[in-house]
Design a protein around this ligand. Sequence first.
Ligand code: UDP
Ligand code: MG
Length: 340
Amino acid sequence: MPSAPSPVLSVVVPMFNEQEVLPLLVGRLRPVLDGLGEPYELVAVDDGSSDQTPVLLQAHRRSWPQLRIIRLRANAGHQAAISAGLARALGQWIITLDADLQDPPEVIPEMLAAARQEQADVVYGVRADRSTDSSFKRWTAHGYYALMRAMGATGAPDNAGDYRLMSRATVDAVNALPEDHRVLRLVVPALGFPSTSVSYARERRAAGSSKYPLARMVRLTLDSVTGFSSAPLKLATWFGLSGFLVALALLGYALVAKANGHTVAGWTSTVVIVAAFGAVQLLCLGIMGEYVGRTYAALQRRPTYYVAHDSARDSDRDCVQQPQSPPSGERSPERDPHRT
Ligand code: UDP
Ligand code: MG
């Protein structure tokens, strides 16, 4: 069998229990990709779904040879699932896109054209209109971007999520980064490669429910902050300095009180001071703990995901070229005895 041409474009889509939205995604994404007139692959990263997502993917693959399925052994999370797709995508250009159709696939040709015309390595998809997001989501997103700006994470436009196009050089650079818990919306701008953006109106999730509960949003924020800046560690120094000034003032107050003979009263102020300093110390310990934990995890070098199965490596592979060796940095058992 003659080998298929290497894809010009890879579209990486992480999916976790997306059985409701998958048929809608295929219905909208496939005409856009077929209409490009260039070889492409759709890299569906099934992030350990427990619903019908893997079955539906296999069914679609029968009539859509460009659909490549990478199944992770266990749920690894949104960012890790994207990383798994990036490590294996073969295209000269790579787009990452969520499965829920909040970010319209119809923008893909515009992204590709912008990258080529402006010779940009990265094209950010920017949500010009988030009116379909809930006010809670908008509020938390606003807080997140403000915090990231305060931490000095600049480079990406505000409201650029994980819908972006990257050149092969960009993806190679991301894959080579040693950090495991990467937050892609921060590490890609940090590379500083030439970039541009296209804007679009954000849509409502087409079906199913959000896979990002509050706890995961908090985790993403902590990973973003600790992965990007050590500024919080310096907070302890500032707290310590302010505490020292307060202690000096209290010393003056205590000496004056002693001189005037008012030394018995003061239970309330004592309790408040002890509680306040205790809280500040715990906060500083917590901040340090986050960094120590991150350093510890980095030392352990545990993979953030395990690939169970990649349809591009099947013997009946038909649309993409097989990589010569496993992607660098991947330490995962290749074959899943339970694969479908
Ligand atoms: N996702 C994933 N693994 C997870 C959680 C989410 O692959 O553990 C995928 C999900 O299927 C979707 C994308 O990440 O394609 C973004 O999730 P979602 O749309 O639920 O997040 P939200 O838009 O609500 O922040
Ligand atoms: Mg979404």
